[in-house]
Write a protein that binds this ligand. Structure first.
Ligand SMILES: NC(=O)c1ccc[n+]([C@@H]2O[C@H](COP(=O)([O-])OP(=O)(O)OC[C@H]3O[C@@H](n4cnc5c(N)ncnc54)[C@H](O)[C@@H]3O)[C@@H](O)[C@H]2O)c1
Ligand SMILES: O=C(O)C(=O)C[C@]1(C(=O)O)C=C[C@@H](O)C=C1
Length: 363
């Protein structure tokens, strides 16, 4: 039996637990300092076993996943270095920054355990185990940042385990990771939050701002609703990279000011043309990338009007369906309906609603 201990059973830790739980030969232990949280993980069926003892979970584990906020990772690595871990145990994390935790692991004697930094490039603005999903990582990139000195066999063991996430594993240097992810994830989160706050200020003087905010504003600001503590830790941890990116952003903003002052229409066209071209080249069906498709299959009885009924029910709950397709519909067999959504949250809500209405869904 391979035992996996998860510290921080929230959105990411809970989603990993759901990927592993029930797979042959795997046993998942979830840890929280709060007994009520441990009870919740078990009740929700996210873990096989729960404990409030960090030592107990860590010493039983073949794999340890640290899924706590970035600001807590180092204290976890330090504590693990004082335990009697299984020889060859693999410690990994899912933090959104990689250089500092890698440096911390290098500093401690992990007594035969191997640290391999990790970062799944998938997530959501939601948090907590309630938002966890077994399909969160499907088709997403999952970055590993092992030190060059990490034995290849240890990296291969972790990769083999992560196959259950259905993510694409890529190896990236930890410092390079922080530079790139700073640009494609951390800077956009700053911009989204600051933009919302700018509009929030205007809205205090005139509530029409919020009333008229439509697709454009919502599309660019979804991630402004992300967890404040998670993002406080990420931004402070990646401060140097972000200060440099913000300086570039300031320069870009100055260029736009100049273009507008000059009434330079050609420059505006050029900016939207090049941006649109680059954006359309982004890979489509990868979570963490733009235009992900989130799908589920629903078994439906062969009743007239059933499809309309499901679509109406989703609409009544403001769940945005992006596509609907009948896979099988013959007189004598039940049909299968494929429902597609653009957002993980829409899929999660739809599945919950369909279950409560007695439909079975599968992925
Ligand atoms: N949210 C995303 O989109 C995303 C994506 C990839 C990676 N990450 C990284 O994953 C990690 C977890 O993020 P999440 O989105 O799952 O957050 P979350 O809030 O859903 O889960 C965090 C978990 O850590 C626990 N926790 C919170 N504060 C703690 C503390 N002080 N000590 C110990 N445990 C604590 C919480 O109880 C919870 O179980 C973070 O390091 C984050 O950078 C997040
Ligand atoms: O989709 C989202 O809501 C996310 O914010 C996911 C996202 C991202 O910026 O792409 C956020 C943080 C991570 O560390 C990885 C992925």
């Amino acid at each position: 039996m391979t035992t996996i201990a998860i510290f921080g059973v929230g959105l990411i830790g809970g989603s990993l637990a759901l990927c592993f739980k029930g797979k042959p030969g795997l046993h998942v232990i979830g840890h929280s300092v709060r007994p009520s949280s441990v009870e919740k993980y078990i009740q929700r069926g996210v873990v096989d076993e729960g404990t409030t003892s960090m030592r107990e979970a860590a010493e039983a584990a073949d794999f340890i996943f640290l899924c706590v906020p970035v600001g807590n990772l180092e204290e976890y690595v330090q504590k693990l270095s004082t335990y009697k871990l299984k020889p060859g145990c693999i410690i990994t994390d899912v933090g959104s920054t990689k250089a500092s935790v890698a440096a911390c692991a290098r500093k401690h004697d992990l007594q035969g355990a191997h640290f391999i930094g990790g970062h799944p490039m998938a997530g959501s603005e939601r948090s907590g185990v309630e938002a966890a999903s077994s399909i969160l990582f499907e088709n997403a990139y999952y970055v590993l940042t092992p030190d060059p000195s990490t034995p290849a066999a240890a990296v291969d063991r972790l990769k083999a385990l992560l196959a259950d996430t259905k993510a694409h594993i890529v190896r990236v240097d930890a410092v390079e990771h922080d530079e790139i992810v700073g640009a494609i994830s951390h800077l956009p989160h700053i911009i989204a939050a600051m933009l919302v706050n700018q509009i929030r200020g205007y809205n205090e003087g005139n509530p029409l701002y919020a009333s008229l905010a439509a697709g454009g504003f919502r599309d660019i600001t979804r991630i402004a609703s992300s967890d404040p503590v998670i993002w406080r830790d990420i931004l402070i941890n990646n401060k140097d990279v972000l200060l440099s990116l913000l300086a570039d952003w300031q320069e870009e903003t100055n260029k736009v000011i100049q273009v507008l002052e000059n009434g330079d229409g050609a420059a505006i066209e050029e900016a939207f043309l090049t941006a649109g071209q680059f954006r359309s080249q982004l890979p489509e069906r990868r979570k963490g990338m733009i235009h992900s498709i989130f799908e589920c299959y629903v078994d439906v009885a062969d009743h007239p009007g059933i499809i309309g009924k499901i679509a109406t029910e989703l609409g009544n709950h403001r769940i945005n369906l992006s596509n609907l397709q009948i896979i099988e519909s013959r007189e004598d067999v039940p049909g299968i309906l494929r429902l597609s959504f653009r957002e993980q949250t829409d899929l999660d809500q739809a599945v919950e609603l369909l279950h409560s209405s007695g439909y079975s869904t599968h992925f």
